[in-house]
Each structure stands twice: as structure tokens, then as C-alpha cells.
Design a protein around this ligand. Structure first.
Ligand code: ATP
Ligand code: MG
Length: 651
């Protein structure tokens, strides 16, 4: 990637200082950056001290076999004890841990004392099913409390879990069960999605007919919908309520080595064969707990926190289960979709529980923009004090919309960059410290070392673009790809010697702040210039008629690649004659003529992965009139038929 071409196409001058009261009372201040810069390992050792260790670590980082890291290796702790029991022992048993809101409107408030009893019973049930320390357990569940309870029960026993997103097919589940060699599967009869029960158990039954899944001894089934006729395999299938309910609610947790495996999580597969990312115990919990405390400024006595991700993604692991619960938070867990039964459902939930900290994804924010400003305006959102974003670059105009319509034009937004592989947040503003810039994750968190380099691994100057790399190991880093150390080395450590390459393009602005530019595979080459899909998309979204945009580079005889854009219009905007020209001119004016799309197609939907990210690879196939590649990770493959009907047959 050449430097000059990515240099500051997009100029963003807006700045938002932290609210004074938040800054004055912030959990973490600017001193944390100084402390970590002076003694990075000492800083992390101190953060590890926020946890309860049965044996406190004396070592911090062992990097002697780099890039295979060991953190806090001589310490011992139990993750479930840290997330549950210690809060009860500290007299907080009556605090609500989870406010569960089912999609049909059923609710359940679970206190820390109750969570301790439930996790203990589930742990005993797993023991009865023969689960031993080190055995892998697959979890294929809807978003219900038992999912979190199951994860914590596994952690309590030192049995690494592999949570597979409940929207994945039987095939995807079988591949993951096979790769991790799981012994038990925890599932449910189904969950509620879009106003009706949606079965899960049949996919487990089908997955277990496939080769490589023979070692699964038991399937533990939660009854959630109660409406399905559940096929039953005697001797293998067990109802959760039958086995869990009769167990003792007292269980003494055992402490495990800090490097004991905690979970395997397969990346969503935007880019090919899923990788089983391995996370371990002490370093992972240290960083998820610290970042949740720092980035959300969590005050466990008064905050009501809500992360809208699915637990099937890393965001759910780190910021629904382990981060918030390790901090003794009160959190909302919502089962369903944002528009069931109406497009204001999320805002109704914020109002109902008095949510103070909301963590969601750009895809959801853009959907809300499309539905219209009047919907959130009907609800009282005044409890909100911090808003978070994760998953994709957030377009500056989506950021502004989020701040204005959800955050009353006052609430700080923390744009958090991280990955399944990093385990926890890596780049983000701090809400009480950083003056935020719409669309930028800005800077590495205290204790994290990140920069942008060029093709030759040299750090780029301010104002230039290149590749995002992490230059020092961090506590919650992946330890390897499950069963494939070589793939770990090749995928993350071979492009730039001694540096972790994240796969994302980024630039530094004139202040040295970092802007994510999308995956390097998505960067376009137009007449000798590298142009970021993210920047062109953001320019389109800054037009008042556009809610969402996806941009790809299609092969072009004159310019190498030509920019082709797919746009979703905001509610009410008409697709009239001059629109396409108007949008092309707008991009040229925002970014310069080089970035002007050759073609712009208004569409009703965009292809997304099941975690809500735009799949540009498929749009490139469309733009180049090719047969579509693998569509198995798409949420809804009919979207592609719709898009193709929009195209003239020749490009
Ligand atoms: P796969 O690795 O299988 O292709 P994935 O990368 O989508 O899947 P995740 O680990 O969930 O799986 O996502 C991490 C990626 O999401 C990052 O590498 C980056 O591309 C993008 N991302 C996450 N947060 C942000 C953010 N705040 N700003 C920009 N990009 C982000
Ligand atoms: Mg990735």
C-alpha cells in the first residue's frame, strides 16, 4: 500500500470533549497512559490484581517462546469464582447480575446469589455427565440466561467451551464440534426470533450424524420454547431441568493455572475456513475485566449495562459474560431482534431498565438510521451516559446520528477496535479522558502497543496510511489456533517480523490518531491509488439520503479497479432520476474526484455475515458479473438475488 494514496482522503474536524462530570469522576484518567508507558508489565500486573487469585502470580509475561505467550503463568484462579462467588462473598448477593428480557416479553431478574446457585448446579450436572477438566463442551444456544450459566459452569470446571452462534447451520456446528473434539453439547429446544419460536435442537441432531462428531456423549437441552416436538435420543439427550434442578447448589471451585484453556471461539469466517481461536484464563480475564471497567467507566453500584451482541461472538464472550460479571455489573440480556415486535424495541428496553451504558455495532446503528429518527424519539433515553461501538468501522455520520438521537447530543461514544484474536478491546477512546472524533478508534488503550506500518514494516508518519499492527504482546491475546500452531504463525506473525498483523488497513491522522480503513483485502486500487472502501462508504453515508453503503473495486480495463457502490436509502428518500449523479458528485466533493464511484446502485438490503458485517466479496462478484462464491455465512442469501435483479446484465 503506498503511503501518499491513503493519506487523509477524509477530513474530520469535529471534536467532542468528555462531559466535565464524567471526566471528574472517571475510573481511569490520563495517568493510566503514563503509568503503562513507564512500566507496561507492571501496569498489567497491577490490573491482574483487580482479580481474586488463589495463588497470586509472581511472573507477568513469559515471551521466551515468542510469539507463544504466557501471562501470569505461576498464578492460579477460577474464572467463575471471579465472576460470581466473590461478589456474593463481598456482600453483593442481592445485586441483580442479569435482567433477562425474552423476545416475547417474559422477564427474569437473576441476582449474583442466584447466579452462584445456578452455576453450581450446572457444574454438578456437567460432572454427572462425565465432564472433566480439559474436556471441550460445545454450546449452541439462544440468548437466554442458561447460556451464560453454561459458560460459567464450564469455566468453573476448567472445561473449555466452544460457543457456536445459534444461527449457524448443522454443517457449521459439526465442523466446529469436530475441530474441538467436543464431548458434550449444550443446546435448547429453540429460542424466539422475529416473533416466533425457532428450533435449535434439530440442527444438533443433524450435526451429530456427521463424521467426526462421534465423541459427543451427551446433549444437554434447555427447554425454552416448549412448543417444538423435540426428537429425543435416549441415552444421549438430557433435559437441563431434569438433571440440573436436582443438583446441589453448593460447589467449591478449583483454581486453575493462568494458562489453562478457557475457551475456543471460531472466527466468523468472513475470509475463509474458520479458525479456532484459543483463549486462556488469567491474562484473558485480566484484560476483559480492566477494559470493561476503563472504557465503559463502569460504576457497578449504579450502572445498568447492556451489550446487544450475541454470546456466539467474541463481543458476547468478553463483554456480556466475562468482563461485566467479573466487575459485578448489573446487565441486560435480550433474546431477540431489534425490530420485534416493533422498531423501537431496543429503546423501549433502555427506558424500561434505565440502561446507562449501551454497547452495539455499526450495522445496528445504520439500521436504526434507516428506520428513522422519530422511533428513538418516542422513548426516554435520558439514562444513557456512555455509548459504545464495535465490529466494523463506524461511518462518521452514523457516529453523529448515534450521539444525537440516542445520546442526547451529550453522551461520549467509545469506538472500540479489537478482534476475536485479541480477546479484548485494544484501541478505544477513554470516555473521561479522550476528546472523541467521529469515526475513529483513535488510540491504543493503556498497556497496549499499536501502530501503523508500511509495506516494509516501517512506522508511517502522521497523515499516512498502511497496516495496523500490534507491536507488543498483550494479556488477552490468542495463544494459538486450536491444534494448528503453524497456522497461528503464518496467519498473524509472518507478514511483519516480530509484529502481530491484524489484517486491517489503517491510517494516522495529523494528530497521530488511528482510523481503521477496513480489511486490507477490501482496499481498492484505482488508477494507481489505494482507496479505502470504508472512506468511500463514509462519504456516501454523509449524504442525507443514504443510510448505509457498501463499496467494492470491480476490475476495470482503464483504471485497474473501478469503484462500485451499493447504497441503502434512508426512510422516505426517493430513488429519483438525479440521485445517482448527486451521490457521485457528493463523494467527489467529500474525498476528491479520484474516489468518485463509477457506478452506484440503490438496493434494499446488503449481504451481511451472521455477525452483521458487510460481505464485500459477494458484491465484488456481482459487480464483476461472476457467479457468487460461498454464501453459507450470509444471514439471508435471498438478498443476493434481489441485488442481482438491480443490475443491467453487462457491467
Ligand atoms: P474473520 O476473521 O473470520 O474474517 P471477523 O474478522 O469479522 O471474521 P471478528 O474477530 O469478530 O471476526 O472481527 C474483527 C474485525 O472486525 C477486525 O479485524 C476489524 O476488521 C473489524 N472491527 C472490529 N471493531 C472495529 C472497529 N471499532 N473499527 C473498525 N473495524 C473494526
Ligand atoms: Mg478477522
Amino acid at each position: 500500500m503506498s503511503n501518499e494514496s491513503l493519506a487523509n482522503l477524509l477530513k474530520e474536524e469535529r471534536r467532542f470533549a468528555p462531559p466535565a462530570d464524567l471526566a471528574a469522576n472517571a475510573n481511569v484518567t490520563a495517568a493510566a497512559y503514563e503509568q503503562a508507558a513507564a512500566d507496561r508489565l507492571g501496569f498489567w500486573a497491577e490490573q491482574a490484581g483487580r482479580l481474586s487469585w488463589e495463588t497470586a502470580p509472581t511472573q507477568t509475561l513469559d515471551w521466551s517462546n515468542a510469539p507463544f505467550a504466557k501471562w501470569f503463568a505461576d498464578g492460579k484462579l477460577n474464572v467463575a469464582y471471579n465472576c460470581v462467588d466473590r461478589h456474593v462473598e463481598n456482600g453483593l448477593g442481592d445485586r441483580v447480575a442479569i435482567h433477562f428480557e425474552g423476545e416475547p416479553g417474559d422477564t427474569r431478574a437473576i441476582t449474583y446469589a442466584e447466579l452462584q446457585r445456578e452455576v453450581s448446579k450446572a457444574a454438578h450436572a456437567l460432572i454427572e455427565l462425565g465432564v472433566q477438566t480439559g474436556d471441550r463442551v460445545a454450546i449452541y444456544m439462544p440468548m437466554i440466561p442458561e447460556t451464560v450459566i453454561a459458560m460459567l459452569a464450564c469455566a468453573r470446571l476448567g472445561a473449555p467451551h466452544s460457543v457456536v452462534f445459534g444461527g449457524f447451520s448443522a454443517d457449521a456446528l459439526a465442523t466446529r464440534i469436530n475441530d474441538a473434539d467436543a464431548r458434550v453439547v449444550i443446546t435448547a429446544d429453540g429460542g424466539y426470533r422475529r416473533g416466533k419460536p425457532s428450533a435449535l435442537k434439530p440442527a444438533v441432531d443433524e450435526a451429530l450424524t456427521k463424521p467426526g462428531t462421534e465423541n459427543v456423549r451427551s446433549v444437554l437441552v434447555v427447554r425454552r420454547t416448549g412448543q417444538e416436538d423435540v426428537a429425543w435420543h435416549e441415552g444421549r439427550d438430557v433435559w437441563w431441568h431434569e438433571i440440573v434442578e436436582r443438583q446441589s447448589d453448593q460447589h467449591t471451585p478449583e483454581a486453575f493455572d493462568a494458562e489453562h484453556p478457557l475457551f475456543i471461539l471460531y472466527t466468523s469466517g468472513t475470509t475463509g475456513k474458520p479458525k479456532g481461536i484459543l483463549h486462556t484464563t488469567g491474562g484473558y480475564l485480566t484484560q476483559v475485566s480492566y477494559t470493561h471497567h476503563a472504557v465503559f467507566d463502569l460504576k457497578p453500584e449504579t450502572d445498568v449495562y447492556w451489550c446487544t451482541a450475541d454470546v456466539g461472538w467474541v463481543t458476547g464472550h468478553s463483554y456480556i459474560t466475562y468482563g461485566p460479571l467479573s466487575n459485578g455489573a448489573t446487565e441486560v440480556l435480550y433474546e431477540g431482534t431489534p425490530d420485534t415486535p416493533h422498531q423501537g424495541r431496543w429503546w423501549e428496553i433502555v427506558q424500561k431498565y434505565g440502561v446507562t451504558v449501551l454497547y452495539t455495532a455499526p450495522t445496528a446503528i445504520r439500521a436504526c438510521m434507516k428506520w428513522g429518527d422519530d422511533i428513538p424519539a418516542k422513548f426516554d433515553l435520558s439514562s444513557l451516559r456512555i455509548l459504545g461501538s464495535v465490529g466494523e468501522p463506524i461511518n462518521p455520520e452514523a457516529w453523529m446520528w448515534y450521539r444525537k438521537h440516542i445520546g442526547a447530543d451529550a453522551t461520549p461514544i467509545v469506538d472500540t477496535w479489537w478482534q476475536t484474536e485479541t480477546g479484548a478491546m485494544m484501541l478505544s477512546p477513554l470516555p473521561g479522558v479522550t476528546a472523541t472524533k467521529p469515526g475513529s478508534a483513535q488510540l491504543a488503550l493503556p498497556g497496549i502497543a499499536a501502530t501503523v506500518v508500511d509495506d516494509d514494516a516501517r512506522e508511517v508518519p502522521d497523515g499516512a496510511g498502511g497496516y495496523l499492527v500490534l507491536t507488543e504482546p498483550w494479556p488477552s491475546m490468542l495463544r494459538t489456533i486450536w491444534g494448528d500452531d503453524q497456522r497461528y504463525l503464518d496467519t498473524y506473525w509472518s507478514r511483519f517480523e516480530g509484529k502481530y498483523f491484524a489484517g486491517d488497513g489503517a491510517k494516522k491522522d495529523d494528530d497521530g490518531d488511528i482510523w481503521l480503513l477496513g480489511r486490507v483485502d477490501d482496499v481498492m486500487l484505482v488508477s494507481g491509488h489505494n482507496i479505502s472502501t470504508t472512506e468511500v462508504e463514509s462519504a456516501l453515508v454523509s449524504h442525507p439520503k443514504v443510510a448505509e453503503a457498501a463499496v467494492v473495486g470491480a476490475t476495470d480495463p482503464q483504471t485497474t479497479q473501478a469503484i462500485c457502490a451499493f447504497v441503502i436509502l434512508r426512510g422516505g428518500a426517493a430513488e429519483d432520476e438525479g440521485l445517482v449523479e448527486e451521490l457521485r458528485a457528493h463523494v467527489a466533493q467529500q474525498l476528491g474526484p479520484i474516489a468518485k464511484p463509477k457506478r452506484i446502485l440503490p438496493v434494499a438490503e446488503l449481504p451481511k455475515t451472521r455477525s452483521g458485517k458487510i460481505m464485500r466479496r459477494l458484491l465484488r462478484d456481482v459487480a464483476e458479473n461472476r457467479d457468487l462464491g460461498d454464501v453459507s455465512t450470509l444471514t439471508d442469501s435471498s438478498v443476493m438475488d434481489l441485488i442481482q435483479t438491480k443490475l443491467p446484465s453487462a457491467a
